[in-house]
Structure formats: C-alpha cells, structure tokens
Design a binder for this molecule. Structure first.
Ligand code: ADP
Ligand code: MG
Length: 700
C-alpha cells in the first residue's frame, strides 16, 4: 500500500512536533504532500570543491574541504560569537556561529578533514562562513546521494532553529524512504506520451535528487507542465460549469433607453473596438448564462461609455445596475459623468460612498429596495450588507486590481440569482497572464484609442533642469492648459514623502505666485470633501496646477490638463507611471509627460524611464513591467489574482503555459466530464485538488 500523502508532517521520522510546527508556520508545510512539493531553488554541483584562494567576494554557496585549527570566542555587542579558524592548502578563513557554541565545541573535531558548505561573506578582510553545514569528509563520501545537491527555499527562522539545508535533505530522503519513492501518476498516458513526459515518481525523485542534468531538466519540465496544466484545467472547468449551471438573467431586449441614447445622445462616434466589445457584452447578457467578463482597455480608451451602455441594456430589461470604483474621487467622477447622461434619459442614479450622510443612505437603501433607484454608483460602501437591491441585473467594477476576488463574489451574492458582472481594468495585463490569472473570466479588449488623440510626448529630465521645466509649464499655462505635478507616496516612508510633497508645494507656490497662478493640492491625508473640492476647482479650470500624490492615479478626467510632471519618477513602478501619464492626453491638445529624477538611477529605473519615453503602448509597457517585476507584483502585492506557483514561472515558462492550456482545452473538449478511462488519472488528481485545496488557494 502506498503512503497517504495527506499524512501530517509530524509523523515523518526526523521531523517531530517542534520541527513540524516550524515547517507549518514558516513554509506552510502541513503534509507529506506539501513537503514533496517543496522544490529546490537551485542545485549545488557537489563534484565541485572550492579552494579558499578561489573564493570571490559574493560567491553563492560553495563547498570547501579543510580543517579547523582553533576555536575562539569573540565578544560582540550582545553575547559572543564563536569563531573557528579553518584552512586548506591555499589559505585560511573563518567559520562563525552565533548560537549553539557548546554543542559545536564538543562535537566538531580539530585538525580533521571536513567538507563545509554554505555562503561566504567578506568580513574584516577575511572570508567567513556563518553557520556552515559541516560533514566529516569520510562521511560525506558515503552520504553523497546525487552529484547535484538540492538547495531548498528556507527562512531565516528555520535556519536559526537549526533546520538547515542538510536537515531538509535528510527529511526529504526520509520521505522517499517511507513512500518507497512511489507516487501516484497524475497525468494521463496520452499526455505522457504525446509530450514525452517522464513519470511522476521519476520526476519527483529527479527534482529532489537529480541523477544528472538531463533528468533534472526533464523532471522540471514535467512538474511545470503539470502545475500549469491543472491550473488551466481548473480555470476552464470552472468557466464551463459556471456557464452551464449559473443561470443569469437573460436580457432579451435592447430597448428604449439604449436606443434613445444611441440615436440622440451619443456624445461621439464609438470606436470600432468599443462597438466590438459592446457586441460581446450584449451577447453575454442575452444568453442564459451569467456574464463574468473582464474588460481591458488602456487609460483613455473609453471604457466608461461601454459600461454605461451595458447598464442601459440592464435597465431596458427592468433591472437595476451598479458601478463600483476603488476610490471616492473616482466614484464621484463616474457619478458626475453618468449623471448627465442619465438626466437626458430620465434615469434615476445615486452616489453612495463612505461619506454619504445617514439621511442620503436611508433614502438610497429604500429606493434601491423598492426599485425606484435604477443606477447606484459608489465605493466599497456598495458592499455593505444594508445595501440591498430589488433586482440587480448588472454589476460593474472599475479598476479590478484594487478589489479582491472575495469582493467580486460578495457583489455576486447580493441577489437571489447572481447579477451579470463586468470588471474593468486599465492595467493592461499581457494576454497569456490574464488567461492564467483571470482564466475564469471572459476577456474583452479595447485596443484602440478614440480618434484625434495625439500621442503624449514623454521626456526624462534631471532635477537640475527644474528651471527649464518650470519655464515650459509657464508657457503651457499661458496657452490655457493645466498641469499636474505628482509626488510619490509610499507607506514605508510616508513622513518623508509628505515632507517632500509639502516642500514641493511651497516651492511651486513661490515660482507660480498668486494671483496669476492658482494651485490645488490633493493628498491622501485630506478629508474626502476637501479633496473633492480641490479636484472640482481643478476640473473647472479655476486652478492651473494640481499638486498631488498618486491619489489622482486612477481614472481622473480633466481633458484640458496637458502636462504631467512626475517628481522622483524613479521611485514609481512602470504601470503606475503609465497610469499617471494617462491623466493627460485626454483632450485635443498635444500633451506632455515629464519624468523628473535625480542622477542616481538603478538599472531597473533606467529601463522603466527609457520604456516610458519610448512608448505609449500599455501592453508593451506591461510586458516590460512583467519582466522587471514578475507577475506577483504587476497587479500589486495585496491585490487579487496573484498566482502562487510552486515550480513554474509564468514569464519564463510561458511556452509551457501555452502548451498546457492547449492540452487542457483539448482534453475537456473531447471529454468534458473526464469520464473516459484514459483520463482517470486526471479526474482523480482534479478531485484530490478540489478536495484539499480550492483554485482560490492559488490566487491569494
Ligand atoms: P477609460 O477607459 O480610461 O475609463 P474614459 O471612459 O474615461 O476612459 O474615456 C476617456 C475620454 O475619452 C473621455 O473624455 C471620453 O469622453 C472620451 N471618449 C471615449 N470614447 C470616445 C470616442 N469613441 N470618441 C471620442 N472620445 C471618446
Ligand atoms: Mg476609467
């Protein structure tokens, strides 16, 4: 009988309750299965021994053969450190321990050959290795399992508590002993054959204890393929089940609201992309299935009107609609924009945010429930339990990346039957990534900007050119334009950032004196009402300069603003820079984005700045961003949709991802319920996965 991989890790010989607790806490390893899926970060070539005189200042892990000559205790700020002098025939170095001195002195032998292994530091003119892994040379030769030694991901705490890489290797070996290295196959024979994949057991053995380079590569390929395959399979299945099981409200007709708006009030000709996306949405809304669609479109591509016209379809069928935005400013702006259109059509619309007063709230709640209110716009406030709709037919979420998956589903549950959902994002996500992260959503893309837009001219200027920049700003203002000046604000250095913002504001006030110039300032510490007041002044053209932190990043729309100055631009991420730049270029005038930096720039900052200067294409920028930051970061760390992969890498392994998706689709096409005996392994694995973890565990 094979070992049950769901066995708690405590039961593995050599682990015990203390280590088990640490493994759970530090690495989330609860079961045998979790441990076997702890894949090495890299491998050490155990045939390679370094000589002390070959060490480089920043060498990675190395192994060295040599002897300890003496021990010495050295006093330091707190406690002592134990230092051993270690030498080989080429030189001398130090081994250092901060803990466990007694044990080490009692157990390590002087003048005896050891193999030491670890990272070396250059300290006080000498190489040293803190807390080395040590093994007697004679044992080492016996113990060697594979020429490539796995190096496991670990944490400082684990290392401090004595769970070294060697311990990891030991317990991993124990796991292979207890399971006899036999693991249930998780892919179908068809897949194994067509993709020339090695078996699960072979792959696991070789990923932990590679027999040779080639087998290691095949093991990694197989495990990456498997990981991506099951994510795709789950996403596609979820989508299929969703479509078949979750009935949506079929919006059968396009009625008066839509038609009247289209005929009489359309403020501009829709772009081809807007029309195509509207058709896609219309088709979803008209079908029996609930819509779950992601609408991607670069800043300024015109998502709002698509959202509004989709709402009109809901209203035409007697349903209510809502639009949720991540910030107060943005929801106010949406509300103001939609209000005008609604007025023309005699549609009732209200705004609900954290700062709505009790009386307004009460009225909104009542009118929502009795159906008098047709459209509700607002912030997170929409998610409150008190907000109940009579018949919510369509929920639109702007700037998805700020809301989590959980919130999406909360909206969902606002009805007896889930409303159609349209999620809009201006963060362009490369399609392949979107596919794997939002695979449960259908995707529409507005890939065309409204006509007549001139490309924004972007330049990079150093701080010492500020006077020239100010002169340029003055000229633009003289032409009647408006200007944003944005300062970074990140939580860790909030105090400093506010100081920079206020200093900047003061100096701008000096250079642009009243009454000739009027300046607005908006930042996160202001009351919502004050922010709104300042925004409104700028939007109405009463002020020419808007000094702000990134609160204006999302969605703010002042077409007359044509200059965006970004201070300390090196501190912003690419997608943030792109979002900020999107605040200008919204009118007919030539717009400019000026990236101000100091002379000190990291290589990554240089790439970001060059990219911004080179292109306005959000998707191209997203690709570069993805390469620089990795997929976890691109949507922000605490945000939705971050895949938590164990071995695959969405960027590097993009080809594997595509193949895996192709096969997942193919298999489900031919055998939607995975009932064929050929697919038994897949069905089993899928069931296991759904039992022990939900797909949303991948998406944190
Ligand atoms: P975003 O996709 O960033 O939310 P918006 O919906 O705010 O973009 O639209 C940006 C600006 O472009 C708005 O001022 C809007 O009125 C205008 N706009 C949208 N679609 C068109 C179009 N087809 N033709 C001309 N202007 C348009
Ligand atoms: Mg928008």
């Amino acid at each position: 009988m094979s070992t049950n991989l769901q066995t708690p890790i405590d039961y593995l010989k050599g682990v015990g309750p203390n280590r088990a607790e640490l493994l759970r806490k530090e690495l989330g390893i609860h079961t045998y299965q979790d441990l076997i899926n702890l894949f090495p970060n890299r491998y050490l070539d155990r045939t390679r021994y370094y000589k002390i005189n070959e060490l480089q200042r920043n060498s990675a892990d190395v192994q060295i053969i040599g002897q300890i000559i003496k021990f010495e205790e050295v006093a330091q700020k707190r406690g002592k450190r134990l230092v051993a002098t270690f030498h080989d025939d080429t030189g001398t170095m130090e081994l250092v321990w901060f803990r466990g001195h007694k044990w080490i002195r009692e157990n390590l032998k002087l003048k005896t050959d050891y193999v030491i292994f670890g990272k070396t530091n250059w300290f006080n003119g000498k190489f040293s290795m803190p807390h080395p892994d040590m093994e007697l040379l004679k044992d080492h030769e016996k113990n060697i399992q594979s020429v490539m030694q796995p190096i496991y991901p670990s944490t400082e705490k684990l290392t401090n508590k004595g769970i070294s890489n060697r311990v990891f290797i030991k317990i991993m070996q124990q796991l292979f002993t207890e399971t006899k290295g036999r693991f249930t196959e998780t892919l179908s024979p068809e897949l194994l054959n067509s993709q020339k994949l090695i078996s699960k057991s072979q792959a696991l053995l070789n990923v932990h204890f590679p027999q040779n380079q080639e087998l290691l590569a095949r093991a990694q390929y197989r495990l990456k393929f498997e990981e991506l395959f099951y994510i795709q399979l789950q996403l596609i299945l979820k989508n299929l089940i969703h479509k078949s099981k979750i009935k949506g409200f079929p919006f059968e007709q396009v009625g008066d609201y839509f038609n009247t708006f289209f005929k009489d009030h359309l403020p501009f000709e829709l772009t081809y992309a807007q029309k195509r996306v509207l058709k896609e949405i219309r088709a979803d809304l008209g079908s029996n299935a609930q819509m779950n669609r992601l609408l991607q479109g670069d800043v300024g591509s015109g998502k709002t009107i698509v959202a509004f016209m989709s709402m009109l379809i809901a209203l035409d069928n007697g349903f209510q609609a809502c639009l949720m935005a991540p910030t107060e400013i943005l929801s106010v702006q949406h509300y103001n924009g939609l209000f005008e259109w609604c007025n023309k059509l005699n549609i009732s619309i209200k705004l609900l945010t954290g700062s709505s007063n009790t009386l307004d709230r009460k009225e909104i709640h009542e009118n929502l429930e009795n159906g008098d209110l047709q459209i509700l716009v607002g912030t997170h406030a929409l998610l409150e339990d008190k907000v109940k709709f009579k018949n919510l037919g369509l929920a639109i979420i702007d700037e998805q990346h700020r809301f989590g998956v959980a919130q999406r589903s909360k909206l969902w549950r606002k009805n007896s039957s889930p409303p159609h959902i349209l999620v809009m994002t201006a963060t362009p996500i490369p399609r392949t990534l979107a596919m794997s992260v939002y695979g449960d959503l259908d995707i529409s893309i507005i890939d065309e900007l409204p006509p007549g837009r001139q490309a924004i001219k972007t330049v990079h200027r150093y701080d010492n050119n500020r006077l020239k920049v100010f002169r340029f700003i003055r000229d633009e203002i003289a032409k009647g334009r408006q200007v944003y000046i944005v300062y970074p604000l990140i939580q860790e250095s909030e105090k400093m950032d506010y100081k920079d913002l206020m200093d900047g504001y003061a100096s701008i006030e000096r250079d642009f004196p009243k009454p000739e110039y009027q300046i607005s300032i908006v930042h996160g510490k202001m009351k919502a009402a004050d922010k709104d007041y300042e925004m409104q002044r700028f939007a109405k053209g009463e002020t020419q300069i808007m000094v702000a932190t990134t609160v204006i990043e999302v969605g703010v729309n002042v077409p007359n603003a044509s200059v965006m100055v970004i201070e300390s631009a090196e501190r912003f991420g690419l997608s943030q820079l792109h979002q900020l730049r999107g605040r200008v270029g919204r009118g007919a005038e030539q717009s400019y984005c000026i990236l101000m930096t100091s002379h000190k720039l990291s290589n990554d900052s240089k790439v970001r700045l060059e990219t911004m200067v080179r292109t306005n294409d959000g998707f191209e920028i997203a690709e570069v961003d993805l390469k620089l930051r990795g997929p976890g970061d691109i949507m922000g760390t605490q945000q939705s949709g971050v895949l938590n992969l164990k071995i695959a890498d969405l960027i590097k392994d993009n080809d594997i991802l595509k193949t895996a998706r192709y096969w997942a689709k193919q298999i489900l096409n031919n055998d939607p319920s995975l009932a064929s005996p050929n697919n038994a392994a897949i069905l089993n694995t899928y069931k296991q996965m759904s039992k022990y973890r939900n797909i949303w565990n991948y998406i944190s």
